[in-house]
Every structure is written in structure tokens, then in C-alpha cells.
Design a binder for this molecule. Structure first.
Ligand SMILES: O=C(CO)COP(=O)(O)O
Length: 252
């Protein structure tokens, strides 16, 4: 059985309190049936996470965009998984390529963050994706295999982890892989999960596609085998676009 689809919005470093009106519109649509057969999630900046939780109501989850690997301590500027949970987060993104690039995050660190998230009772959304150079060199699956082996914690399950495939070259560029390429990678991720965690866990872990998902291409991307939802950046900032993407996922 296919897992319940998850459509997640990653607001990145965008959005102040004035942006809560967009969330009100998403919450209204979610309350009118949009969330009946799909899970909806918004990951706003940490500064408005608590306010977002208040606005989004019962039908849309909120999540953080990163967490520290330690439970607490002298880590100025960082946020623990427990802190995110405390203000109502249910998920946290870890290992986004922007953090891997901007903050030099390694697979081992991403794994430690995912472990911290799971320990705190959050769902870890673990991101992987190849660079354009890796794709051009024909090394996509090899790179993803290494990232998955290093970033996924032991003992994960469909309730505690989500994998997001985000080709670095497709993020914010308007470019997307072909449907065949998305299928190849998502099939590979499912097989990799199966080899390490067994078939039951592998089929329960949702594998999201991210990178230039928009209302115009969402139906095509979300219909690909082994694509269980989307991780949406820019198009999640506008309620109407995010809602249209949610509507594009086929539900049974
Ligand atoms: O990085 C992304 C989501 O985490 C994708 O961003 P865009 O949808 O803006 O390409």
C-alpha cells in the first residue's frame, strides 16, 4: 500500500509575521477537505514557528528547517529538536543541500541531527541530492548511495523519518529532472531503504521529490512511481500555489 502523501513547504529564510496571512489561507483550504487524504506541512523560519502553529490549526503540521545534534548546551544561535517540539513542530528538515553547502554539513552530522530529531519525537526529513557536476558525470546514484548510507540513522521507520530527494541543480532554478530520471532515483532510494531496513519499513517511509515543484509540473512529478509527495520551496510561499500543488497529488 502506498503511504499517505505528504506535501511540505520549506520557506527557507523567507517570511515574517506579515506572511501569516498566507498560512491562514492554507489552513482554511486544509479545513475544507484539502488535508483529508494528504498530510500537509509548512516549515517556516524558526522565528515564526510558534505563531505559525497558532494559525495553521489542526490540519497542517509545522516543522523546523534544521536542528542541532545535541539536546541542549553552549551552542549559540542553534536550536535543539526538543525546542522545536516544544513550540509545536512535528517535523524537522535535516541535511538540506543549502545547509550542506552553506554550513559544511557532512553526512555524519546530518545523521546525528536526524537521530536527535527522532529522539525528541520529531519526524526527521532527511534530504539528499546530487550536484549538476555529479549528474553530468553519470554519478548520480553513486552519490545518493553514499549520502543515504551516511545520513540515515539505524532504526528509522515510516513514522519517524521521511527522505527527500532534491537534486541541487533543480533547486530554485525552474529546471527539473525528467519523469524517467525521477523514477530511476526514487526506485533506487526505495531499494536502498529495503536493503538496509527491510521491505516493510522501506514501503512505509515516504520519499518526497523537491526542486522547482510548481502548480504547472506538480501533477506529472507526483504521479511518478515511488514519489510520495513533494518538498516545495519558492512555490510554498504563496498559499494559492501551495494549495494547487496539494490538489495535484492523486489520492485514493
Ligand atoms: O529546496 C527546496 C525545498 O526544500 C526546493 O526549492 P524550490 O522549490 O524553490 O526549487
Amino acid at each position: 500500500m502506498k503511504p499517505r502523501p505528504l506535501i511540505a513547504g520549506n520557506w527557507k529564510m523567507n517570511g515574517q509575521l506579515s506572511a501569516l496571512t498566507e498560512l491562514k489561507n492554507i489552513a482554511a483550504a486544509a479545513g475544507s477537505g484539502l488535508a483529508d487524504r494528504r498530510d500537509l506541512l509548512i516549515c517556516p523560519p524558526a522565528t515564526i514557528l510558534s505563531a505559525s502553529r497558532g494559525v495553521l490549526g489542526d490540519h497542517v503540521a509545522v516543522g523546523g528547517q534544521d536542528c542541532h545534534q545535541a539536546e541542549s548546551g553552549a551552542h549559540t544561535g542553534d536550536i535543539s529538536a526538543a525546542m522545536l517540539k516544544d513550540v509545536g513542530a512535528r517535523y524537522v528538515i535535516v541535511g538540506h543541500s543549502e545547509r550542506r553547502a552553506d554550513h559544511g554539513e557532512s553526512d555524519a552530522l546530518v545523521r546525528a541531527k536526524a537521530e536527535a530529531a527522532m529522539k525528541a519525537g520529531l519526524v526527521a526529513m532527511i534530504c539528499v541530492g546530487e550536484t549538476e557536476a555529479a549528474r553530468e558525470a553519470g554519478e548520480t546514484l553513486e552519490v545518493l548511495g553514499v549520502q543515504l548510507a551516511g545520513s540515515l540513522p539505524d532504526g528509522l521507520s515510516g513514522e519517524t523519518a521521511v527522505v527527500a530527494y532534491e537534486p541541487v541543480w533543480a533547486i530554485g532554478t525552474g529546471r527539473t529532472p525528467t519523469v524517467a530520471d525521477v523514477k530511476q532515483v526514487h526506485d533506487f532510494i526505495r531499494e536502498t531503504l529495503s536493503d538496509r531496513f527491510g521491505d516493510a519499513v522501506a514501503s512505509a517511509v515516504r520519499i518526497l521529490y523537491g526542486g522547482s515543484v510548481k502548480p504547472a509540473n506538480a501533477a506529472e512529478l507526483l504521479a511518478v512511481d515511488n514519489v510520495d509527495g513533494a518538498l516545495v520551496g519558492g512555490a510554498s510561499l504563496k498559499a494559492s500555489d501551495f494549495i494547487a500543488i496539494c490538489e495535484a497529488v492523486a489520492v485514493s
